[in-house]
Design a protein around this ligand. Structure first.
Ligand SMILES: Nc1ncnc2c1ncn2[C@@H]1O[C@H](COP(=O)(O)OP(=O)(O)OP(=O)(O)O)[C@@H](O)[C@H]1O
Ligand SMILES: CC(C)(CO)[C@@H](O)C(=O)[O-]
Length: 285
């Protein structure tokens, strides 16, 4: 192929999650639920003598993307563009890893299926310590519910068939690797409870209620985040915190009605190529 391939991958907000370690990064991951967003990353890959990752015109190091190139056995220049803040709970590294895997497939010697590429991106993201469930959620799109952890064929993913306007405001980042490396027992218990409750009543409203309960029980709320969520609720809306960032997301016009000036997007169907064609669908086994 002569033309360099490109892909769009949605951002992904996790509302709640539990952590499931495993020696094999393809089997490790999280259970939980989230939202795939129409704000995401676009990724272009070009074969190059030495690998380089360029994020919004700046040369950066992004271990999940570098891990994908290593696993594919290719050196390339990966160009990433995103309007999303990095490290603020939108899964930018997962989206970049998945976009790299999907597009770099065209410049490797071996051809791989979508699920094989998702598994590679998931493993690279887990090994980098920057995410556990974003890649599989982004691959599926919509409102992904991660019933079982891991990339394909190990994980099991379901979803809610809804479309909704989503608003968000971000006050800053939280370091995912540091939080995942700390004491996460209470967090995982809260995540398991939230998932059981959502599966009992699988609606977007329940997802929001359980996400809020999780954020409180896991002790992750900052003052600014808590204040903003309360303001949205007082204005009659639904909001919670994006894991893992100092970010609040709301359904519909929740933040606007509470007097904030949020970024507006919507729930997104999943990755697509430069022609706008849907490229992946993660099969639930
Ligand atoms: N300007 C930057 N700010 C923060 N991280 C950056 C930047 N440039 C590159 N990186 C790399 O991007 C990755 C960010 O991963 P991190 O998990 O913190 O954020 P994220 O992928 O946006 O997801 P989330 O906040 O949902 O966990 C890290 O590997 C980090 O080294
Ligand atoms: C760990 C995490 C919250 C980081 O964004 C996400 O990858 C998830 O839900 O597993």
């Amino acid at each position: 192929m002569s033309r360099s391939p490109s892909a769009f991958v949605p951002g992904h907000i996790t509302g709640f999650f539990s952590i499931h370690p495993h020696d094999d990064p393809e089997r490790a991951g999280s259970r939980g639920a989230g939202l795939a967003l129409s704000d995401g990353v676009s990724v272009d890959v070009e074969r190059a003598a030495e690998s380089a990752v360029v994020l919004n015109d700046q040369r950066v190091s992004m271990a999940a993307v570098e891990g994908v190139l290593d696993r594919l056995g290719v050196t390339a220049r990966v160009t990433i563009h995103t309007e999303l803040p990095v490290s603020a709970g939108f899964g930018v590294s997962g989206a970049s890893a998945l976009g790299t895997a999907l597009t770099a497939n065209a410049i490797t010697e071996d051809d791989r299926t979508e699920n094989e590429l998702i598994a590679i991106a998931h493993a690279a993201e887990v090994a980098a310590g920057t995410g556990l469930g974003d890649v599989v959620g982004q691959a599926r799109g919509g409102v992904p519910i991660r019933r079982e952890p891991g990339g394909p064929p190990h994980g099991q993913i379901d979803g809610l068939f809804v479309r909704e306007r989503i608003e968000y405001v971000s006050f800053g980042g939280l370091d995912t690797a540091t939080i995942l490396g700390g004491d996460t027992a209470a967090l995982s218990r809260a995540g398991e409870d939230a998932l059981a409750c959502l599966l009992e009543q699988p609606t977007l409203e329940r997802f929001m209620t359980e996400s809020r309960r999780f954020a409180r029980k896991a002790g992750l709320l900052t003052e600014r985040v808590e204040e903003t969520i309360t303001a949205v609720q007082n204005a009659g809306g639904e909001a919670s915190m994006a894991m893992l960032g100092e970010t609040v997301f709301a359904l519909g016009e929740g933040l606007t009605k509470a007097g904030y000036d949020p970024t507006v997007c919507h729930i997104d169907g999943g990755p697509r190529n430069e022609c706008g064609q849907r490229t992946t669908f993660l099969d639930a086994r």
